[in-house]
Design a protein around this ligand. Structure first.
Ligand code: IPE
Ligand code: IPE
Ligand code: MG
Length: 248
């Protein structure tokens, strides 16, 4: 299952096997319309629905969405509570649909900081969709790439304390088994909406060789047409993984 871009070259196809998205720009979308930022987050949920559907149709196998970063707790408490409520609502309302659509849902991140009710809903949603395999939808919540790497290190050493004596035995493959995306190949395509060109502590390990696509479109305005444009751009990339063009 594991495929490290620095070792094996993943097969290139017109549609990315794994797409990772930073859904950014909800707040600015709303502010532009003289609406509260929360209105943008509500519209953002509709975009998630649309993109999950489009990715399913297009044949994307893994879709990973950044919903809440470990740094987003720094926002005003009203906004954080609304985001949590939207998360709960979406889980309550959408899981049945996802289950029917063949979507397997996973949530990655440090979930211990969430309300126990939300943690329980997440567990149930993951269990309900665990038999599905057509689209693997992963929501990153209270996620941070640095947390992921530290957490993997801690889990690895807990699991195999003997490695302290032989650290040279730790390699990319054994290490990445402990990362939260261990079940998926690395992202082929990354999209960030909202105009910023940064990774904001998303999948920093896994994005090592991912094609990075940035668009000014705010997340609530991002739909099938914008997704197609990103796929078209992706098709034009030459993925070399360190080699020369002539070697491909
Ligand atoms: C992304 O939109 C959603 C989350 C981070 C939860 P923002 O809320 O960051 O929107 P902007 O960047 O302020 O416009
Ligand atoms: C990144 O967006 C996190 C999510 C989309 C969930 P932010 O809006 O929080 O990122 P910065 O702070 O502008 O880098
Ligand atoms: Mg933002």
């Amino acid at each position: 299952m594991l495929l490290s871009s620095t070792q094996k070259i993943p097969e290139h196809s017109a549609i990315p096997r794994h797409l990772a998205i930073i859904m950014d720009g909800n707040g600015r979308w709303a502010t532009r319309r003289m609406l509260p930022r929360t209105a943008g987050h509500m519209r953002g949920v509709q975009s998630v629905r649309r993109i999950v559907e489009s990715c399913g149709k297009a044949g994307v196998k893994y879709l990973t969405l950044f919903a809440f970063s470990s740094e987003n707790w720094r926002r005003p408490s009203d906004e954080v509570s609304l985001l949590m409520r939207l998360f709960v609502q979406a889980l309550e309302k959408e899981v049945h649909k996802l289950e029917k659509q063949g979507v397997r849902l996973r949530v990655i991140g440090d979930l211990t900081r969430f309300d126990p009710k939300l943690q329980q809903l997440i567990k149930e949603a993951e269990a309900k969709t665990a038999h599905n395999d057509s689209l693997h939808l992963t929501i990153a919540a209270n996620y941070g790439g640095r947390w992921d790497i530290l957490n993997a290190t801690q889990q690895l050493l807990k699991d195999k304390p003997e490695l302290i004596q032989t650290p040279e035995l730790i390699n990319e493959e054994t290490f990445s088994e402990y990362l939260s995306m261990a079940f998926a190949p690395e992202p082929d395509l990354f999209i960030r909406t909202g105009g910023e060109q940064r990774i904001s502590n998303f999948l920093i390990w896994q994005l090592a060789y991912t094609e990075l696509y940035f668009t000014d479109v705010y997340w609530p305005d991002f739909g099938a047409k914008q997704l197609d444009a990103a796929f078209e751009w992706y098709q034009g990339r030459e993925r070399r993984f360190g080699r020369t063009s002539a070697q491909l």
